[in-house]
Design a binder for this molecule. Structure first.
Ligand code: SF4
Length: 244
């Protein structure tokens, strides 16, 4: 099938591209990601994508970069954690609709996306939005849950020395990801402190045991020293008496 593969970044493209090529599709990558903030980050991910695609002999088409369109469609949901699923759904919709439009205008038969490789995304919403985006154009939505490939994608992207961003894309996600890292760090520190506190009585008992052993050894050595000194004195006395 002549397939347009919407791709959010290079690392997330690795495994979906491999599997879809293995399935026999004729693939072009669509980099359509107005969600990415700031523009320098958008360019960096694009460059990473282009370098990888070129190494694979895969063409890349770039959509218009329109952060304001993203702000109007998804940014309006803000940072409320309860609204995050809706925000992300609107974000998927914006990008997948753009990719579907391009696919229909350029004779593609189907549309796929790399978004479903990330365990941090909403998998059901991605599948639903892909189908909704394809429907008006009678495109085939080629949806696949690639999350099992995430560890392999991570391994390969590291091995290739690819740029690997540490947040999803939008300005909100950058703040959220930083907060989540801080939270995980605090949780690790709390777990370590709790473990140390739980082990403290055992460590104290072991130290007391070592101190007791040291004291016993020292007392034994001192006793032996006294015995040897006494023995020596007795021998000298016996020797002196024998000489008289
Ligand atoms: S967290 Fe990611 S998917 Fe969700 S709105 Fe931000 S960029 Fe889009």
């Amino acid at each position: 099938m002549k397939l347009l593969l919407h791709a959010c970044c290079g690392p997330c493209s690795l495994e979906p591209l491999r599997l879809l090529l293995e399935a026999g599709h004729d693939i072009t990558i669509a980099y359509m990601n107005s969600n990415i903030h700031p523009a320098a980050e958008y360019d960096r991910r694009l460059q990473t994508m282009l370098e990888f695609a070129e190494s694979q002999g895969i063409a890349v088409v770039e959509g218009p970069y329109e952060p304001q369109a993203w702000a109007n469609a998804a940014g309006v949901y803000g940072t409320d954690p309860d609204a995050r699923p809706d925000r992300c759904r609107a974000c998927y919709r914006l990008r997948l609709e753009e990719a579907a439009r391009y696919a229909a205008e350029h004779g593609f038969e189907g549309l796929a996306t790399t978004l479903s490789v990330s365990p941090y995304q909403y998998i059901d919403e991605i599948g639903e939005e892909l189908a909704v985006a394809c429907a008006p154009y009678a495109l085939e939505p080629v949806f696949q849950d690639f999350r099992e490939q995430y560890p392999e994608a991570t391994r390969r992207s590291k091995a290739l020395g690819m740029y690997r961003q540490n947040y999803c894309g939008c300005a909100f996600s950058k703040v959220e990801a930083a907060e989540e890292r801080e939270q995980r760090k605090a949780e690790r520190a709390a777990a370590k402190a709790a473990k140390e506190a739980a082990e403290a009585p055992r460590r104290a008992a072991e130290e007391a045991e070592r101190a007791r052993n040291r004291a016993e050894k020292q007392a034994y050595n001192e006793k032996r020293q006294r015995q040897r000194a006494l023995l020596k004195k007795m021998k000298e006395e016996a020797k002196r008496q024998a000489a008289e």
